[in-house]
Design a protein around this ligand. Structure first.
Ligand code: ZN
Length: 194
C-alpha cells in the first residue's frame, strides 16, 4: 500500500498535511459517499468548489470503519485548530508576514515588532541579522506592515486585471470559434440539401 510506504519514510511520497487532512475529513470513513464536490471548466481548465448543499450525498453507501462520534470530534478539533491558528504561540495573534519575507541583502528573515507612536500601534519588520548581531552584519531595512500591504494589494490588483483581460481574450477566441463552427456546419448542411 502506498500509504504504508509513505509512513516508512519514502522522501518522494511523505505524509503531507493535506493528505492527512483529506483522510480525516473524508466521509467515506463513516459510510457516506459524497460526489460532485468540484466542477472543472472544460474551456478554462479551472476547478471550482461546489457548495455543500449542491453536492451529491449517498448516506450508508458502505460499512463505516470509524465511529461517527469520533469522526465528529475530529471535525470539531480541526475546526478549532483552524480558528486558533497553530503557528501562533500562546494564543497571540501572528504577524501576517512572519517567516515569509526575507532581507534582500543578507537573506535573513524579517522579524516583526509592534511599535507605538503617538498612541497608535503599528507593526514593522526589521532584518533579523541586524536585529540580532548589529550593523556589522546588515542594515535594518525596516518596513512597515502597512507598506507591504499596499505593495501586495497593488500586485494582486494588477494580477487580477491581467487575469480578467486574458479571460476576455479567451472568451472572444471561443466565441469566434463557435461562430465559425456554426457557419461551417450551416454551409455543410446547405451543400447536402442541394
Ligand atoms: Zn539583512
Amino acid at each position: 500500500m502506498k500509504h504504508i510506504i509513505a509512513i516508512n519514510g519514502s522522501p518522494r511520497s511523505g505524509w503531507v498535511q493535506t493528505a492527512v487532512k483529506r483522510i480525516l475529513t473524508n466521509e467515506l470513513y463513516i459510510g457516506a459517499l459524497v460526489n460532485h464536490k468540484t466542477v472543472t471548466s472544460k474551456i478554462y481548465k479551472t476547478k471550482t468548489f461546489v457548495p455543500v448543499e449542491e453536492q451529491y450525498r449517498h448516506e450508508n453507501f458502505c460499512e463505516p470503519i470509524i465511529d461517527e462520534t469520533i469522526w465528529k470530534q475530529a471535525q470539531f478539533l480541526l475546526d478549532q485548530r483552524a480558528k486558533i491558528n497553530p503557528r501562533s504561540s500562546g494564543g497571540r495573534k501572528m504577524h501576517r508576514y512572519a517567516g515569509i519575507i526575507k532581507c534582500a541583502e543578507c537573506g535573513a528573515s524579517l522579524v516583526a515588532r509592534t511599535r507605538k507612536w503617538n498612541g497608535n500601534e503599528y507593526v514593522e519588520y526589521t532584518c533579523n541579522s541586524f536585529h540580532r548581531y548589529g550593523k556589522e552584519y546588515c542594515t535594518p531595512h525596516t518596513v512597515r506592515e502597512s507598506q507591504i500591504d499596499e505593495l501586495i494589494n497593488d500586485e494582486v490588483s494588477s494580477f487580477r486585471d491581467y487575469i480578467l483581460s486574458e479571460s476576455d481574450r479567451y472568451d472572444k477566441i471561443v466565441r469566434d470559434w463557435l461562430r465559425k463552427n456554426r457557419c461551417m456546419t450551416g454551409r455543410f448542411s446547405c451543400t447536402l440539401k442541394r
